[in-house]
Design a protein around this ligand. Structure first.
Ligand SMILES: [Fe+2]
Length: 171
């Protein structure tokens, strides 16, 4: 894509510059969102001991249903904030490889959100007396949690890489 540069007098410069518009990371905001996500950490810390043992999950099933529903709502907010402030569309960037990673990570949001939506729905339908249903739910939640944590780790790495790219480290 070609874009005309504007000179200091507001006029259009004679030369035109070739640029590529891609997705980019607003590293400072994305880091702030992650650092401030206290409610998300609190929810995950409440869920963890309840699903550590199947019997504990069965004994606290109504509480678990409420917590998984809260986690779904919190993740809706978390992903919305990241997409509103942490990623920019059509930004002019010098590092296409960072754009590719950013786009791939942003594209993981709907897939992750769809999984927590399903888990929240399933938690309502499960018979908490059934060992099989409860253990399957716990496995699926553990899988989701691992996928979410991997996503978060990759975003943190992207933030660091974006900052390095800004100051020219590793070039
Ligand atoms: Fe994310």
């Amino acid at each position: 894509m070609k874009e005309f540069e504007t000179d200091s007098h507001g006029g259009t410069a004679a030369q035109c510059k070739t640029t590529t518009r891609r997705l980019v990371v607003n590293a400072a905001f994305l880091k702030d969102i992650k650092d401030d996500n206290h409610d998300l950490k609190v929810l995950l810390d409440k869920i963890t001991p309840l699903i550590l043992y199947q019997q504990t999950a069965k004994n606290h099933w109504p509480e678990l249903i409420a917590l998984i529903g809260d986690l779904r709502d919190q993740l809706a907010l978390h992903f919305s904030l990241e997409e509103a402030y942490g990623y920019f569309d059509d930004a002019v960037v010098s590092s296409p490889w960072l754009s590719v990673i950013a786009e791939s990570l942003r594209n993981e949001h709907p897939r992750l959100f769809s999984r927590i939506l399903d888990l929240a729905d399933q938690s309502l339908e499960i018979c908490s007396d059934s060992h099989g249903q409860v253990s399957q739910f716990i496995r699926r939640f553990d899988d989701f949690r691992r996928a979410f944590e991997m996503h978060e780790e990759k975003e943190l790495k992207l933030i660091l890489d974006s900052l390095d790219d800004d100051i020219g480290v590793g070039d």
